[in-house]
Structure formats: C-alpha cells, structure tokens
Design a binder for this molecule. Structure first.
Ligand code: SF4
Length: 539
C-alpha cells in the first residue's frame, strides 16, 4: 500500500496540447471515413518508409548505432539532473540565459515576458514540437503577439482554416498539393492568382511571403534537437534553411527545450547525426545542421535564451518502464510504419504527439488518469513494427502494455477495487495459461470451435464479455488439433516426461552456449586449414 507523507513531492503532470480530446476509437472512426486523408497518408508514409529502409539498409553497423543511441539515452536519463546543471553552467558562461519552467504555462509566460521586453508584436518561428506542446502560438496571440511559422509544412497548417499538424516531421501530411495551392491563393497577400500546384511554384510563393519577415523581425523562437552538456551547445537539423535564417538573423533567439533533449558530449551527437536523418527523412545527411554555442559579438543573435521545460517529463522519468519514451528523438519513423496511424491519421491522437510515440508519451506527460488519454495505449495492434523502426530502440509495445495495466489499476482504484466481470475472466485465464494440464484439457475442445466458425473460416462474433474481441476483428478458424497434441503424436518419445519434473532452463542455455562455442571453434579450424589467399606479392 502506498502512503502519502505530508511534505513529500507530488507527481506533477504536464499541461498544454498533450491530451486526447475524445476517446481514440471514436475520433479514429470518424477520420477513417475521410478517404482523401487516407490516400494522402498512405502515399506519403510509404514513400518515406521506403527511403528510410534503403538508407538504413546500406549501413552495416545500423543495429550497433541503434544500440549506441539507446545506451546514450539511458545514461542521460540516469543522470539527467547532473547533465542539465552542466549544460546550464556552460550555456551561461558563454553569454546565454537559462530559464526553468515546471510546465507549459510557465514556459509560455517566460517567453511572453522576453518578447515583450524587446517591444515587438511579431516573431518568427522554426518548427518546434516543444512550442506546439505548450500552445505558445495561441498564448502569444491572446497577448497580442503574432507568431509566424517559417517551416513550409507548418506554414501550410497555420494558414489553413482551423487546421492542426498531424505528423511530427511532415505536419501537413494530411494535405495534398491542390489543397495547398488553394490555401496559398486564399491566404498569401499578393500571390499570383493563377498559382499552380507545382511544388516549385508553391515553395516560391512561400519564399516570397517569408523573405521579408526574415529580414525585418527582431525576435525568433526555436525548438532544439539536442542540447550538449559539456559545451552548452544547441543544435537543430532541418531541410529548408528557414531554421538557419531564424537562428542567425534576429537579435534575440528564444529556444524551448524539453529537459530530456540533453546529450552529455559532442561525441554523443555524432551517433544521433547518423540516426536522425536516416530515420526521419530517409536521407544520409540532412541539408542544414546548425549548432550555436553562446553569443558571438557582432555575429548572430546577441540575446540568447533557453527555456528548459519539464511539463510532465519528471513524472515520466519516475516510471521505470515508461521512461524510455523520453529517449525519443522525434524522427517519426514509428508513425510511418504504424498500420493504425496510417489509417486513422495524426489528428485522431488529439495531442501534439501522434502515432505510436504519442500513444505512450501523451498519457505519461498528462497522466493516464486523464479520461481520454487513457484510451491512447489501446491505439495499437501491438504488431511491433514501431519497435523495429525506432532508431533508439524504444520498446513501444512494452510501454503500451505497461500503460494499459496502469490504466486498469487506476480505474480499479477509482471503483474502490470491486472485482469486475473482466477481473474474473482474467483470473480464469491466468489459471488456465499457467497450468499445462488445464491447457491440454482446454485444447481437447478445439474441434468444438467449428460451431461458431462461419463459412469464410473465420469467427466473427463471440458472446458476452469476450465479444469485445470480435467487435473489431475476426479470429481465424482454430486448427483441428493443437501443436502440443500434434507434437505428442509425431514425437512420442520426446514428450514423455516424469510427472513433476521441471525443465532446467539454465542447463539448456549452457548446453546451447557450448554448441555455439563448438561451432565457432570448428569454423576457426576450417579457416586455418585453408591455404592463405594469394596476395599481389605471392602471385
Ligand atoms: S519513438 Fe522512436 S521511431 Fe518514434 S519518433 Fe521517437 S525516436 Fe522516432
């Protein structure tokens, strides 16, 4: 039983755009009817997925890089306080100012004060998940400040009526070229009324609008890909050059950084510079990599600020299984391979973070107790494609299952722990699956499944509580006999075991290891027995 002591620090969840706005299945069902959205998403995700597969497949050490990325992130999480303080010391020593924000509201308030101190009513922005999470644009607008997005996709979303980003990397993935042309014709002042949907023309229209803003705006707001503790350096990788403009032209630069974005050293950055572009855009290297370390007199912004935002990250860090969600480098690879995301789209997740990462991050930042966030961990078939694609090896399915467990526990606690029908069912399943004898008995009933199997060899409707399973999927017709029974018949001598005898797992592992060692030794002997290959000198 957990005991709350007076004066003990309480878990502080985040605020802002990290919440689902209605139950996921309801939202997704509506989005599934949008055929244009599904066509756009299918086309875009498959294209990026194929590019990614090609550039990761050509690296012989790709799996080692993933392991290195994962281990660096584990090290960061284990020493987060130390690295953040080291970063603060080095950033400050080089002329920057560090601000700490416990949540998104505090981060927005700090940014507003800094902008107001510069006496401006307009700022330019680089695409930033942290400011999308905090709802900075809306907050600034309420306070009379116009925030102009300069990333092309973010600009499309901002100019679209009541639109929201639906993908981490490609925020306007739900729009096609014709829709973008229509938005630009309607919203960009002075644009050619005959503007076509040719990508080059659309980019030119955006450039026409933004160039003047880059040259005249005094304050820029950015996010950050990584902050480096041992030098106090900030880094951004991007594709369009708008980021470089925002980072170098204005007098004041305000950067939002989630506290998990820290890396210990510049050498660690090297690993992520290989992992990130390949996993996100499917490129070997991204076109623009900007790093900035402190203020350089007469060159670039002279007022450098960073807002270190917690917003529920410390709460996520406290969860031993869930904390791996903080390893995320926002590459979006998990989205591009997810069958649920591909069909439902990003808006269905409600929060700034869509797709598989959103399904595990939002409930942790905002709290699984939140009515609608609690539906997100179920937005997955647990196929594991996200885990395979993740460059830092976040075991998303593991966290999804863990969060489902937490959701059930939270709901039980609310209902004062009265056992439900489902609890009874799960108790029975536990007994069944942990007893070989009971399983063997149950398997004898397999032929009975014919009674509920349709002509199409599928079970489409189950009764009662288990009927929830067939509400959304069919079950293939069970085989006439189980594998266990088949094995018993085929290999009777191997399946005889003395009653009560247990398999010695350790002995099996040791036996296996010996076999591997013997195979290696044999391969070495074979290699030394072979005549040495001829070199140029010996030919
Ligand atoms: S969870 Fe992994 S694959 Fe998904 S966005 Fe984050 S780093 Fe990329």
């Amino acid at each position: 039983m957990s005991v709350t002591q007076l004066g003990m620090p309480q878990v502080r969840h985040g605020v802002g755009n990290i919440f689902e706005t209605e139950p996921f299945p309801k939202y997704a069902e509506r989005e599934l009817k949008n055929e244009q959205l599904r066509a756009n998403l299918g086309f875009a995700t498959h294209k990026i997925r194929d590019k990614r597969a090609a550039v990761t497949g050509e690296l012989p050490d790709w799996q080692d890089l993933r392991t290195a990325g994962s281990m660096i992130k584990q090290k960061v999480m284990a020493n987060l306080d130390t690295y953040l303080e080291e970063f603060e010391r080095n950033f400050t020593a080089r002329g920057g100012h560090v601000h700490w924000a416990r949540d998104a509201h505090e981060a927005n308030e700090i940014a507003l004060k800094l902008i107001q101190a510069e006496g401006v009513d307009e700022i330019i922005k680089i695409k930033s998940m942290a400011t999308a999470e905090s709802g900075l644009n809306e907050y600034l607008e309420e306070n009379g400040i116009n925030a102009i997005e300069t990333d092309l996709a973010e600009e499309i979303v901002q100019l679209g009526d009541n639109d929201r980003p639906s993908h981490i990397l490609v925020p306007a993935i739900h729009r096609n070229r014709t829709e973008i042309r229509d938005i630009f014709r309607k919203k960009i002042e002075g644009v050619d009324p005959n503007l076509s949907d040719d990508p080059a023309e659309l980019a030119e229209a955006s450039r026409f609008r933004l160039r003047e803003k880059f040259l005249s705006t005094k304050v820029a707001v950015s996010g950050v890909n990584f902050g480096i503790a041992d030098t106090g350096t900030m880094t951004i990788v991007e594709s369009e050059g708008n980021g470089r403009m925002c980072l170098t032209l204005p007098e004041t630069l305000i950067t939002f950084m989630g506290i998990e974005k820290i890396l210990p050293t510049v050498e660690d950055y090297e690993v992520f510079l290989q992992l990130l572009p390949r996993s996100s855009t499917g490129e070997r290297m991204n076109p623009y990599t900007s790093t900035w370390t402190g203020v350089t007199p007469g060159d670039g912004p002279q007022n450098l600020h960073v807002i270190l935002m917690d917003n529920g990250r410390t709460a996520a860090l406290a969860d031993e299984v869930g904390r791996q969600a903080l390893h995320c480098i926002r590459c979006s690879a998990c989205m591009n391979v997810c069958p649920v995301y591909e069909r439902a789209g990003g808006h269905a997740y409600g929060s700034t973070y869509p797709g598989p990462i959103g399904a595990i991050l939002s409930p942790q930042l905002g709290g699984i107790e939140n009515e609608f966030n609690s539906t997100l961990p179920y937005a997955s078939s647990l196929c594991g494609a996200c885990y395979d694609a993740c460059p830092v090896k976040i075991n998303i399915p593991e966290v999804l299952v863990h969060l489902r467990g937490k959701d059930i526990d939270a709901k039980k606690a609310k209902k004062k722990q009265i056992p439900t029908e489902m609890d009874g069912l799960m108790f029975g399943a536990k007994k069944l699956f942990s007893s070989g004898k009971l399983m063997a008995l149950a398997e004898k009933g397999l032929p009975m499944s014919k009674l509920v199997t349709g002509k199409d060899h599928k079970i489409s409707k189950l009764p009662g509580l288990v009927g929830g399973w067939t509400d959304y999927r069919d079950i293939p017709e069970p085989p006439a006999q189980s594998f266990r029974n088949w094995y018993k018949k085929e290999r009777p001598s191997e399946t005889k075991r003395v009653a009560g005898e247990r398999v010695d797992i350790d002995a099996l592992i040791a036996q296996n290891k010996n076999k591997v060692a013997e195979a290696h030794a044999a391969a070495e002997v074979a290699a030394t027995d072979k005549p040495a290959p001829k070199t140029e000198e010996t030919k």
